[in-house]
Write a protein that binds this ligand. Sequence first.
Ligand SMILES: [Zn+2]
Length: 485
Amino acid sequence: MRLTSSSAVLAVVVFSAFLCPSIPAENPLPTASLADRDEAREIFKQLIEINTTDTPKGSVTAASVAMQKRFLDAGFPAEDVHLLGPDPNKQNLVVRMRASGSPTQKPVLFLCHIDVVEALPSDWSTNPFEFVEKDGFFYGRGTQDMKESDAALVATFLRLHREGYKPRRDLILALTADEEGGKFNGAAWLVKQHRDLVDAAFVINPDSGGVELNHGRAVVADVEATEKVYADYQITAINPGGHSSRPRPDNAIYELMAALNKLAAYSFPFELNEVTRTYFKNLAAQETSQTAQDINAILATPPDMAAATRLGAEPSFNSNFRTTCVATRLSGGHANNALPQTAQANVNCRIFPGHSPEEIRQQLISLFADSKLSVKYVSDAGKVSDTAPERKAIVPPAPLKEVFDPLTRLTQAIWPGVPVTPVMENGASDSIYFAQAGIPCYGYSAIALERDDVRAHGQDERLPVDSYWKSLDFFYSFSKALGGE
Ligand SMILES: [Zn+2]
């Protein structure tokens, strides 16, 4: 789960809705029956209690097989329930709910990772791999990230099937491996190797976005509509070295420092896209201060760079309107009395959609302007290479109405009046693989969490019981709205 860094800022200033500002109070959504809830709880419990960490104890396949059994037992045809993956321990599950007749629209894909981050029982007050209900919360590793949505969607597909629901377009659910780390990212593998199974008009990825609560009051619902690209670069200075009593004019540490100082002083160019433009527009509409004036000034043509500089003092704004690169690790030298033969830094970049990692590598090379330095790309798996991928995240289109209209309507039926806004995530999720394949992705979980109770990847991860039931109701109605009533 990647909560949007901008949401805290937004929450303070946005009080009205995006796209559908005046939606009247809706009839309450149909709520799950007690039997439906029991089943959804059982699935949630089962998923939490299967360890899916990327460790010798973990098995994503065990979770996929358990869910596969549920779908087959419920009567899904075997040809619509696919267990597959590049590694025996990292099998993904892809389930298709078929449209009746021949659909005219491409499918909708729900993309859900089922792996979790390691949790040490000694750090927790409950066993992280036991599903515990206590004080109005469900505890366990993955209760926030993201087995709650995995379970809610499995339960939703089973319920719709049981009720004889026939969508007008195929609905696909993919439960995937290695989002949190590991060598077999299921989303990347599926879109590359089995595009036919996961091809869709758009992707709903509940791994990001969601409803932010402040003392129980819903303040904002964020929908991740695009995200930046993650890239690491290894910057190395090499020197013959020698005895430190006889310093030479050239020095690996100084050369590396000079390059990093240039980086510290540099800002990548200011940019906006359809998503961030909408986000800033929403923000400005609610602000009355200098911030609003500055936001309007950056939205103007041409954008006012002085205003961008003032706004950029806030890191979440700055990251939202440009590529950023920052030094995150440093090493150098081998002895206190020797000239350094090597000095090395890691530079971590978050690349604005529309640019490739190789393009940014070239920009770093020209910024450093020192041919003695090497600038190499470090892959997620830690492999260092001379060049970086050329592939760029596509520039996002304006958020799709066929997604935002029902999403807003249903969200506001559950949390009346909450503003729904598209955002650009400064981090990265599995959506990037589909975005790069040209499929629009929207990150939304329908999970409501208190701002100060985000425990994904942390200790005593927990989800309010009530939040689970609401997400269950949301996904039921949302699936039907997307699939066609
Ligand atoms: Zn996650």
